[in-house]
Design a protein around this ligand. Structure first.
Ligand code: FEO
Ligand code: CA
Ligand code: CA
Ligand code: CA
Length: 585
């Protein structure tokens, strides 16, 4: 359909204005409704949510906490399958009177059950989709058995007393973003896994010390004190347990009995997520970001070729594709490096752009990194990437190929330490020192080759700030945007972006759309805002239906269950609840 009123196709709405309301705000002519909230029953026998009487048994059967990634898959008739990540718990918001020095075992076990993923059948029709208590519904938590697969499976580095084979791990956590594979499974990234392992200061082996430090695992007791209730969180008891987290996992949501997989061939770091593109020859390419300041962008190319379709047979074959292939890390070279002064001023050629190279790290049992075995490259991938001269980026979040053009879009969310003493300074791909607002990178990548071209699509922030760039579009017409995190595409080819800015521009986070082609390229328009203190994530963009996660509503400094600053979505004096929201016209 043609664009109405001069708007680009698919973007026929009046942008919402930046605001600080304790509500989801959508454009005029659209409606929104919560689909599911933390604690809502999804499995048979689950009790109704009761904030003041939480149990691990109830939480195991209810929607988990802090939903992040959201996917919507086809099922049958007007039924769809929704899959959500539950990234992390903030105990002071889960429990009234929470004592961080003395968590109870009950509280800790509730937290383990609140992590992981949910699979929920939805009935769609007019208005918001409705939750169905179906036999396909599933909770995956920190207690669910996983199969470790790929070249590092069975490695001594992955063995613990609970799993002497190094091939079975227990649970998943910090699942941030993810992707839907062409064969109908879900990929999900285990991200900030470093907060959970105690007593790194008592580890005496210097090699192990260095590896733990490189992954940010340090200090004595952990913030959440889980080590008091299960020795796997205590490095003096199980030094390899951290090596069993920090992977890309794959879940077959159509088979509730299936054992989810951790794919060691995709490397171990603070995975934001993974997104797949299929090369012309049928090999699959996964794009990966390591979300921390000065970390890297990665790519995996499979050895095997995809079987088309979503049959059980095709899914089983295709789930093995991510177990064998080549893992690469990205090096970016600017074409105007002498002119990058760290202020965000455009270089003389009018664009932040250049070329790049994928540097191979390992292929199955073969390491390409001097002094490291292949197993070490897969388990300590950051140390491998350090050695080969990869480019330190401003917190790589989603890295996702465009379904039509094949161009790859990468959200670089921010990096307040860029240019700080002793840290890397600005370069053409990360052009601002003390980068508060992030940028969006566009890559022209050939899956069959190892070279790419790149340019920045957006240098985010308040468009009145001269150190911003909106694809060359007129900045007086765009919405302010800060800290891009998740990306998605609509059927017209527009890019959609959710933000996680902690109020960096003085307003709530939201969901934004931006055309990538033609005269409107760079015209960022805000589609919705999420409630106070929340991060917007998820997003699912379909014709007639948008779904977004409102993660951690009310999570602002000084707030807690004893002092809530958000009462969304239930209103009154209720506690805030992370939820999925549907929006339709
Ligand atoms: Fe959990 Fe990288 O955002
Ligand atoms: Ca340039
Ligand atoms: Ca994220
Ligand atoms: Ca983020």
């Amino acid at each position: 359909p043609a664009a109405a009123a001069g708007r680009p196709p698919g973007l026929d709405f009046t942008p919402v204005q930046p605001n600080s309301l304790d509500a989801v705000v959508v454009p005029e002519g659209f409606q929104q409704q919560v689909v599911i909230r933390w604690g809502d029953p999804i499995l048979p026998g689950a009790p109704e949510f009761d904030f003041d009487n939480q149990t691990p048994e109830a939480q195991e059967r209810q929607f988990g906490y802090n939903n992040d990634f959201c996917a919507l898959l086809p099922l049958d008739g007007n039924r769809r399958l929704m899959v959500n990540n539950h990234e992390y718990t903030s105990e002071e918001f889960l429990f009234r009177g929470y004592d961080p020095d003395n968590p109870t075992e009950q509280q800790v076990r509730v937290a383990w059950a609140a992590h992981g993923l949910s699979v929920v059948v939805l009935e769609t029709g007019d208005g918001a989709p409705k939750v169905v208590l179906d036999r396909l519904n599933r909770r995956i938590t920190l207690n669910t058995p996983f199969e470790l697969r790929g070249p590092a499976a069975g490695s001594d580095l992955l063995k613990t007393s609970a799993d002497p084979t190094g091939t079975r791990s227990f649970g998943t956590m910090n699942n941030c973003s993810g992707g839907v594979t062409p064969w109908g499974t879900i990929l999900s990234g285990e991200e900030n896994i470093h907060f959970y392992f105690a007593h790194a200061d008592q580890v005496t082996d210097p090699v192990t010390q260095q590896r733990l430090a490189r992954y940010g695992i340090k200090g004595g007791a952990t913030e959440r004190k889980w080590e008091r209730f299960d020795s796997r969180w205590d490095l003096t008891q199980q030094v390899n347990e951290p090596n069993r987290f920090g992977w890309i996992i794959e879940v077959d949501p159509y088979d509730p009995e299936s054992t989810p997989v951790k794919h060691t061939a995709l490397g171990r770091f603070k995975h934001e997520g993974a997104n797949i593109r299929v090369a012309d020859d049928g090999r699959v390419v996964a794009y990966l970001g390591d979300d921390e300041k000065f970390e890297y962008v990665y790519r995996f190319v499979s050895d095997g070729r995809m079987k088309p379709g979503r049959s059980a047979h095709a899914r089983r074959h295709n789930m093995s594709l991510l177990d064998s292939g080549t893992l690469y890390v990205a090096k970016f070279t600017g074409d105007s490096p002498g002119e990058i002064d760290g202020t965000g001023t455009l270089p003389a050629d009018g664009e932040f752009d250049g070329v790049g190279e994928w540097i191979p790290l390992a292929h199955n049992d073969t390491s390409f990194v001097p002094g490291m075995t292949a197993e070490e490259v897969y388990v300590f991938t950051r140390l491998a990437a350090d050695q080969v001269g990869a480019t330190k980026m401003d917190r790589p979040e989603d890295v996702q190929p465009h379904p039509k053009t094949g161009r790859v879009y990468c959200a670089l969310t921010n990096n307040s330490d860029r240019g700080a003493p002793g840290k890397a300074g600005a370069d053409e791909a990360n052009p601002r020192n003390s980068n508060k607002h992030g940028q969006v990178l566009e890559l022209d990548d050939d899956p069959a080759g190892t070279r790419f071209a790149w340019r920045l699509l957006l240098v985010c922030g308040d468009p009145k700030d001269p150190a911003t760039y909106f694809g060359g579009f007129d900045k007086s017409q765009v919405s302010p945007i800060s800290c891009p995190d998740n990306v998605a595409f609509d059927r017209h080819g527009n890019l959609w972006i959710t933000t996680d800015s902690s109020g960096a521009l003085g307003a709530n986070d939201g969901l934004y759309a931006v055309p990538l082609e033609g005269p409107e390229r760079g015209h960022v328009m805000q589609f919705l805002s999420v409630p106070r203190g929340a991060e917007a994530c998820g997003p699912v963009i379909e014709d007639g239906l948008v779904m977004v996660s409102a993660q951690h509503p009310g999570e602002v400094d000084g707030a807690s269950a004893d002092n809530p600053v958000s009462h969304w979505p239930d209103g009154g004096d209720s506690q805030p609840r992370p939820s999925v929201v549907a929006v339709w016209r």
